[in-house]
Write a protein of this length. Sequence first.
Length: 143
Amino acid sequence: MSSKTSAQVIIGGRVYTLSGYEEEAYLQKVASYLNGKLEEFKEMPDYTKLSGDMKSVLLELNIADDYFKAKAQVERLERELQQKEDESSDLKNELVSRQIEQERNTKAYEELEAENRRLLLEKTKLEAALEQNAATENKEEKE
């Protein structure tokens, strides 16, 4: 477990000391996020008229809204990632099946090529034997 970190941050013009197990840069980033939210609200015309409690509730609601939107986006991205991983797995399985099929087809092709060479050799031998028989018969007929 990492050690506890403390950092001086400015939120809404006030200095606060934040402590946590995160790095100081992270704590500064959190403070920056809060300051950004406060600046957004200050640009709203009626914000200055709200009570301190209403300002706090508005800030809390907006932070909760950002959180739930980010959470929904993470869930959507996780679903998309899972879908992509499933598609990738399916494609890998299909690739393996096609490679096996290609190997079978290559083996069958090689076997057919060997059979074809054997049959051509046999055909050549039979043609030679046929020619020899025909020549022998012609010779016998002449005699």
